[in-house]
Write a protein that binds this ligand. Structure first.
Ligand code: NAD
Ligand code: MG
Length: 379
């Protein structure tokens, strides 16, 4: 069980819900990090008394240092600060709730210190899944999924003694705000449309990824690495209600699923309490009023990102790192109003055709692929 956390990305959607769970379970908080939201992190620091607070933005760190000068809290900045937060002696668990591949190096260093990783930051596993999982095995560090689908699979795998008995994983997908739209209709979707997710309230980047279905593509890759299965054994079904959070199908045909209300606090709590469960004050699923549960195949012609992600998973090497970084850059450009909705997939394809894939990549190769793909996606 987790006793003390270091929380990377404390001001975000997952970060704020993590602190709600920490409050509820009485967990200690050793470090908090954020990019530049000084007001919120100051409030969080005054409530949780961490020993370290990091603002990756230098000006924000300067401002926070002044504001917290009455408290015995160290304030750091930049990647150096993130790495310090990820490796603090006093934390047994590092929650990776930053957005994007910026989470990669802190996660690797936390693993080297044998921390339990409560992993929300899926981009880390997408760009460097082999390296991260190999490091976790080598150092005996546990990686516990926070992503709701992966937590559902993890919960459905409890009691499975032999992984070869798993026939396939089935990730459920809400379909996002544009479910049922044709490729031509998607051309005209704006950031305001994309930011209206039907079931979940999340950060801007993952909300756009949910609209393009890249989020599900990233999750297919995340699942392959977490559960050591080839992409052919990871399927996706559209389930509009977000009640069945994902399933495991075993070789005898049995399907085990986890159901619940769409609430990230359940997977966050489980990552902290595993192998136990804690009582929850949150609203429960009522089977009699939740309505019909429906399942459909995804439309990978209109939502090309899901297909691209599966192809990159098959290619291997740095292909997923290139795809992920190009997607991060393209989503930011879309949110700034510089490109259209379908241009996100086009930019990702263009980066994949221009940046060379390297096989059996080192960390340096992955970071370089990430850098080149970001450039390729915006030029
Ligand atoms: P968010 O945008 O709400 O929060 C991101 C956090 O990261 C903030 O604290 C921000 O200050 C920090 N941050 C942003 N840019 C940074 C940078 N360059 N350097 C350091 N810190 C930076 O995002 P979120 O929705 O909480 O998602 C966080 C991660 O969790 C993502 O990888 C996302 O895919 C994953 N995830 C989120 C949800 C969800 O429900 N929100 C569900 C599953 C997985
Ligand atoms: Mg998810």
């Amino acid at each position: 069980m987790t006793k003390t956390i270091s929380l990377l990305g404390a001001t975000g959607s997952i970060g704020r819900q993590t602190l709600q769970v920490a409050r509820e379970l009485g967990l200690g908080v050793a470090a908090l990090t954020a990019h530049r939201q000084v007001d919120l992190i100051e409030q969080q620091a005054r409530e949780f008394h961490p020993e370290l607070v990091v603002m990756t933005d230098a000006a924000a760190a300067g401002e926070l240092r002044l504001r917290l000068s009455d408290l015995p809290i160290r304030v750091m900045t930049g990647e150096e600060g993130l790495l310090e937060a990820a490796t603090l002696e006093s934390a047994d668990t590092v929650v990776t709730a930053v957005v994007g591949s910026v989470g990669l190096r802190p996660t690797l260093q936390a693993i080297e210190k044998k921390k339990r990783i409560a992993l929300a930051n899926k981009e880390t596993l997408v760009c460097a899944g082999e390296l991260v999982m190999a490091a976790a095995r080598a150092h005996g560090a546990q990686i516990l999924p926070v992503d709701s689908e992966h937590s559902a699979i993890f919960q459905s795998l409890q009691g499975c003694r032999d992984r070869s008995e798993v026939a396939r994983l089935i990730l459920t997908c809400s379909g996002g705000p544009f479910f049922g739209r044709s490729y031509e209709e998607l051309e005209h979707m704006t950031p305001a449309h994309a930011l209206k997710h039907p079931n979940w309230s999340m950060g801007a980047k993952i909300t756009v990824d949910s609209a393009t279905l890249m989020n599900k593509g990233l999750e297919v890759i995340e699942a392959m690495h977490l559960y050591d299965l080839p992409v052919e054994q990871v399927d996706v079904v559209i389930h509009r209600q977000s009640i069945v959070h994902s399933l495991v199908e075993y070789r005898d045909g049995a399907m085990i699923a986890q159901l619940g209300t769409p609430d990230m606090k359940l997977p966050i709590r489980y990552a902290f309490t595993w192998p136990h469960r804690a009582a929850s004050p949150d609203r429960r699923l009522d089977l009699l009023t939740c309505g019909d549960l429906t399942f459909r195949a995804p439309d990978t012609e209109a939502f090309r990102c899901l297909k691209i992600a599966r192809e990159c998973a098959k290619t291997g090497g740095t292909a997923c790192a290139i795809m992920n970084a190009a997607n991060e850059a393209a989503v930011m450009a879309f949110l700034r109003g510089e490109i259209g909705f379908n241009d996100i997939a086009r930019r990702v394809e263009s980066a994949l055709s221009r940046v060379e894939v390297k096989y059996e990549p080192s960390l340096a190769d992955i970071l370089e692929a990430d850098r080149l793909a970001r450039l390729a996606a915006v030029n």
